[in-house]
Design a protein around this ligand. Structure first.
Ligand code: 5RP
Length: 230
């Protein structure tokens, strides 16, 4: 059985090559991005100067623990590079993200980034998106109606719950609907359909945003662009 933790670390380590001094760096969320933050922190402690913009409260705590100076959108309107994880990556580098519930901030940061790098273990690389339930952030009022409309698009829809059986609440105080489509044949079209539903705040489909995916596979990494192997 592959060592997925090692694959995550290898991918995160490879992504460091793309970070130059003076850059504004988007700091992703999740366990693979956490490897990147730890490794970047080591460089910062050795005098490497960058500033980070975190994609979640948890990431901002982690970044501070590792000594990474942080900034925000009151000081910067673009990021040079962002390193984040994903739940699924297809061959065109479209993604499902939001397994950790941070998809809205992650998408705001991704869309403000010049070069988006996704780091992942080999399980995340898929032929078609959709086996992983697509997280959709919705306002709490009327979430049931939003859920019905997403069901009409072909998904099995579940309101995300916490370990204590309460509806999960995002950083923006919204809920998440986990929508299992099994196979998303046309991600772009699904983005448009979801955008048309009143009450949807954002969804975890990231289409056409990724510049480079670095996937750990065994004791190596694969670097992929939308055109193929980099
Ligand atoms: C959080 C995310 C994460 O990037 C995604 O869930 C991958 O996490 P991990 O690296 O722990 O597998 O989108 O909202």
């Amino acid at each position: 059985m592959p060592d997925y933790e090692k694959e995550k670390e290898l991918a995160a380590r490879e992504s460091l090559k793309y970070i130059q001094p003076g850059m504004t760096v988007g700091l992703g969320s999740g366990s693979t991005a956490a490897h990147f933050i730890r490794l970047l922190g080591e460089k910062v402690r050795n005098g490497f100067r960058i500033e980070g913009i975190p994609t979640s409260v948890r990431t901002s705590v982690l970044a501070r623990e590792h000594g990474i100076p942080l900034t925000d959108f009151s000081q910067r309107n673009r990021l040079d590079v962002t390193v984040d994880g994903a739940d699924e990556i297809d061959r065109a580098l479209n993604l499902i993200k939001g397994g950790g519930g941070a998809l809205l901030r992650e998408k705001i940061v991704a869309t403000a980034t010049d070069f988006l790098i996704i780091v992942a273990d080999s399980r995340k690389s898929v032929d078609n998106l959709g086996a992983f339930p697509l997280p959709v952030e919705v306002i709490p009022f009327g979430w049931e109606l939003v859920g019905e409309q997403i069901r009409d698009l072909g998904a099995v829809v579940k309101l995300r719950m916490t370990a204590t059986s309460q509806p999960f609440v995002t950083a923006q105080k919204n809920h998440i609907l986990d929508c299992r489509f099994e196979e998303i044949a046309d991600p772009e079209r699904l983005c448009e359909s979801l955008r048309r539903i009143t009450g949807v705040v954002e969804h975890g489909l990231f289409v056409g945003l990724t510049d480079l995916a670095i996937v750990g596979r065994g004791d190596k990494t694969e670097s992929l662009t939308a055109e193929g192997v980099a």
